[in-house]
Design a binder for this molecule. Sequence first.
Ligand code: SAM
Length: 223
Amino acid sequence: MSAMDKITPFSQYTYEICKSRFSSEKAAQIYSQRHLFSKKNKREQNCIRQALASTSKQSLILDLPCGTGRISYFLYELGFRVTGADYSVHMIEEANKQLHVSDISFEQQDIMSIRHPDHTFQAAVCNRLFHHYPAAETRRAALKELMRVTDGPIIVSFFNSLSLSACFSKVKNFLKNKKPIDRVPISFYTFKKDIEACGLKIDGSYYCRFGISPQTYLKLVKK
Ligand SMILES: C[S@@+](CC[C@H](N)C(=O)[O-])C[C@H]1O[C@@H](n2cnc3c(N)ncnc32)[C@H](O)[C@@H]1O
């Protein structure tokens, strides 16, 4: 049974939208070029590197969702063994195109029902997924599943509402009378409540551009 079997229709809807949005060949091709050489990519990598500073090299890390593998390849360069996983088979196909080392493998997985036994990984990275989950129960279900398969820290990004960019979007949406259900910033406090409800605690926070960019990283460990 998946963690999503018992949830509200709204959570189910936003979770399904996120899966289908990236599930085409075209979406995967576009995504594979999108962040590669950007400053944003470097800043994200920097946050993840800091969050994993005390994780021993050679640890097996789950990168979920891996998209087309940009973070998986970065983790490999840092010295980790990596399993990259994503719901979209097209993303996995793109990720596999660059594969030339045995310390990375890519596979299709749904974050809500990961086909691995408990405690398989020594750490997990979940980059750029939670801003697609506006409902707390979706975020909590995903966190619990990551927690099940991971012994060490979980590094997770979210869109922080306390940032200039998030404030601009809020004003823009207000003026257009729009209530977005995707790419939704949430407060640090809201996410902290999700984290604590799952039996996790925050062990570090890292910002792409503090106060400007919404992209924020947390290092979570079991309580
Ligand atoms: C914005 S992309 C981020 C990809 C990657 N983490 C990165 O930063 O480049 C979001 C990814 O989440 C994947 N995804 C959406 N729903 C998922 C689910 N239920 N389980 C696993 N992956 C999912 C999509 O296929 C897509 O590749």
